[in-house]
Design a protein around this ligand. Structure first.
Ligand code: KG4
Ligand code: ZN
Length: 339
């Protein structure tokens, strides 16, 4: 079965063709980073309009590169939420129209389920059950995954998502958008031990996170070292280290609590090199294994949506009819259609 995947939940237009026999055949991405950079964050209306411009050329490109054409597509998967309502509607409208005109089923995909299943596109795939650490711009969650659609939320951020904390702290430092990659680049020239940032909520039991205090800590430390360029880099390194160590502590706790040995890390912050290193070492010490998607599939992409869509089709899900909807707010594990 061959599935076209369409991702438009935020500021990336992602397309891919996944074949259940042959694997991922093609994928393409257009990032809107340059479009939103001067505003310091995503402007929803500009995002929707740009998806409209980019979708058709990218669909043509992935179809061409798949070695087949539209006639070979058996289903169209699209991100139906969570995300920006206008951006989601563009993708859903395209997906449902294509599916209808090609006479194939469409399937609605939860964006975070896409992230969570992204490691399945790599040569070394994790077996169920596993713990997933989802770290993106909008979510920080620890989830027990027993199979496709079998998710139990173990913990989540009570305030900022980890990507959001990276972005806000980077903004305080005057770095570009999105701040995560910029801040981690600056951290490379920083010293780890000049400043010590707290490890929020690690001194009490539980698997929830809080990251807004780290941003405030960074703001205060920056204010004490105005004009000191080296201090900026040292603060970036200390901030990143606090985030990474906090995530590691909570992952270790989740694995201990559940007795599981496999950890999947997905979402944009999963591309962070320091997180990949430290978690890798921690899992070796625990006798477990960590699975990351390749960095390009940690951030938003169409491949994960095509793959998750295929999984959902196997479960008998599909969308049909003339009406369609999206769910800008949608808890992972809840069915797409509200009762
Ligand atoms: O998953 P994603 O592409 O989009 C959402 O679903 O939110 O995640 C984007 C987030 C942004 O906050 C971005 O700053 C962060 O992931 N990010 C990183 C890195 N690459 C992306 N954060 C830290 N280090 C990175 N290398
Ligand atoms: Zn995402």
């Amino acid at each position: 079965m061959r599935v076209l995947g369409i991702e438009t939940s935020c500021d990336e237009t992602g397309l891919a063709v996944y074949d259940s026999e042959r694997g991922l055949l093609s994928h393409a991405l257009h990032s809107q980073v340059a479009l939103h950079a001067e505003y310091g964050g995503v402007v929803p209306e500009l995002a929707s309009r740009d998806h409209v411009r980019k979708l058709l050329p990218l669909i043509r490109k992935v179809l061409e590169e798949s070695g087949g054409g539209a006639a070979d597509i058996d289903a169209v998967a699209y991100t139906a939420g969570p995300g920006l309502v206008g951006a989601l509607l563009v993708g859903a409208g395209f997906a449902r129209s294509l599916a209808m005109s090609w006479g194939v089923p469409a399937v609605a995909v939860h964006h975070m389920e896409g992230h969570l299943l992204a490691p399945m596109l790599e040569p070394e795939r994790p077996e169920f059950p596993f713990i997933a650490l989802l770290v993106s711009g909008g979510h920080t969650q620890l989830v027990r995954v027993d199979g496709v659609g079998r998710y139990r939320l173990l913990g989540q951020s009570v305030d900022d998502a980890v990507g959001e904390a990276f972005d806000k702290t980077a903004k305080l430092m005057g770095l570009g958008y999105p701040g995560g990659p910029e801040l981690s680049r600056l951290a490379q020239s920083g010293q780890l031990d000049r400043f010590t940032f707290p490890r929020p909520m690690t001194d009490r039991p539980g698997l929830d996170f809080s990251f807004s205090g780290l941003k405030t800590f960074a703001r205060n430390t920056l204010a004490d070292h105005i004009g000191d360029a080296q201090a900026q880099a040292d603060i970036a390194a200390a901030f990143q280290e606090a985030v990474v160590q906090t995530l590691v502590i909570k992952c270790r706790r989740a694995l201990k609590q559940t007795g599981l040995k496999r950890l999947v890390v997905a979402g944009g912050v999963g591309a962070n090199q320091r997180l990949r290193e430290v978690l890798g070492e921690a899992m070796v010490a625990l006798g477990g294994k960590v699975y990351f998607p390749r960095p390009a599939f940690c951030t938003d992409n169409g491949a994960m949506i095509a793959y998750a869509g295929w999984c959902r089709l196997q479960e008998g899900e599909q969308e049909s009819g003339l009406s369609f909807n999206v769910r800008p707010r949608w808890d992972l594990g809840q069915p797409f259609h509200q009762p």
